[in-house]
Design a binder for this molecule. Structure first.
Ligand code: PLP
Length: 357
């Protein structure tokens, strides 16, 4: 196993009060860095003080967007252990994104060991109160100084850590979502299945327009017919129709969400009927018209479960559950967040202890 060199920061920062954390604005004292050169492979694995770094203005990532990332969480349990949620599954997906962007594969064991060591060093930054967590952001960028299009030969991998506040600081609340009928996010054969910067760049304009119209996010439809439901862009989407939990199948243009996978497995373990299949927006509106659409919710690491209270498609608005929180959305949220924070037994083997405080 690769040795990980550690350089500790001279001064340690302090964790703000849990209600001052917000999301993604505060970073811990250290970060993990590792370089890649085509003639050496991944090398120089190191934990160093968190800080700005230098790259050439010609660094390829800045021009052509060869970049991937992950998003996962660590939690502090009531008995003061620090645990991570499905870290190896996240790192496998990281390598899948790498493959799609022609970025060299990483040794998951090395990155996993580095992540544990980094969290152990910065464990005082893991917030404590219910709903808070340490958000983990691994990413890889192409750093060759070259203004020409090709697959890069040099990359840098970083892992940075950010203590984050409770997503639902003012209560678990349903969101309003616009079903996008003009812009598209990704198409089969493209980058939709990768966690890559480009997919987010492609989503900004539509989000801006939707926000101006009073919607928090957009629900993307397939890019060819604009008929079949894809995902929310930061979240996967689920529908409860006739007591069945339905989510679009993995078709190459949507992300294989870890929370999506967790929800499917948990719902199955409760004996609920689940299916991953193509579902059209017409089917959803029809189910609503017939009184069969019981719930709609998004799934993602940041919010875990995000109940949807209203959908708007081509100006036609439907209210789901009278804008309230569905029974299954609430139950899944309670169960998965409890599992993550070690408050219920982990029968799935998803929670991994990193260190103790
Ligand atoms: C990260 C992400 C999600 C949610 O995935 P989780 O693993 O559940 O956090 C959904 N869609 C896209 C495009 C994403 O990047």
């Amino acid at each position: 196993m690769t040795d990980i060199a550690v350089t500790l920061a001279d001064k340690r920062g302090t964790l703000p009060a849990d209600d001052k954390l917000g999301f993604g604005k505060i970073f811990t004292d250290h970060m993990f860095v590792m370089d890649y050169a085509s003639d050496k492979g991944w090398y120089d694995a190191r934990i160093i003080p968190y800080g700005d770094f230098n790259i050439s203005p010609a660094a390829m990532v800045l021009h052509y967007g060869q970049a991937i990332f992950e998003g996962m969480k660590a939690f502090r349990t009531e008995d003061n252990r620090v645990v991570m949620y499905r870290p190896v599954d996240h790192l496998k997906r990281f390598n899948n994104s790498a493959n799609i962007l022609s970025i060299p594969q990483m040794d998951i064991d090395v990155v996993h060991a580095a992540l544990k060591k980094l969290i152990d060093i910065d464990k005082q930054w893991v917030p404590k109160s219910l709903g808070t967590s340490l958000y983990i952001r691994p990413f890889v960028i192409a750093v060759d100084p070259y203004v020409g299009v090709k697959v890069a030969a040099h990359y840098t991998l970083f892992i940075i850590l950010s203590p984050v506040g409770a997503y639902y600081a003012s209560g678990f609340k349903p969101v309003k979502i616009k079903v996008e009928d003009h812009y598209v996010r990704a198409v089969k054969g493209g980058l939709g299945e990768a966690k890559t910067a480009a997919n987010y760049a492609a989503s900004l304009k539509a989000s801006e327009v939707a926000n101006e119209e009073g919607y928090t996010q957009v629900l993307w439809l397939d890019a060819i017919e604009q008929k079949y439901i894809e995902e929310v862009g930061t979240m996967n989407i689920f529908f409860k129709i006739d007591n069945e939990i339905i989510t679009p199948e993995l078709n190459g243009s949507i992300l294989n969400g870890m929370t999506r996978r967790s929800v499917l497995e948990v719902a199955k373990s409760w004996g609920m009927k689940t299916s991953e299949r193509r579902i059209s927006i017409d089917e959803v509106y029809e189910a609503h018209a017939n009184g069969r659409l019981q719930e709609v919710f998004g799934t993602g690491t940041a919010a875990v479960i995000s109940p949807v209270g209203e959908l708007s498609w081509k100006g036609k608005k439907i209210s789901i559950n009278n804008g309230g929180i569905g029974e299954t959305s609430q139950k899944l949220f309670d169960y998965i967040t409890s599992l993550q924070q070690g408050r219920v037994a982990d029968k799935f083997g998803w929670v991994e202890e990193v260190t103790k405080l």
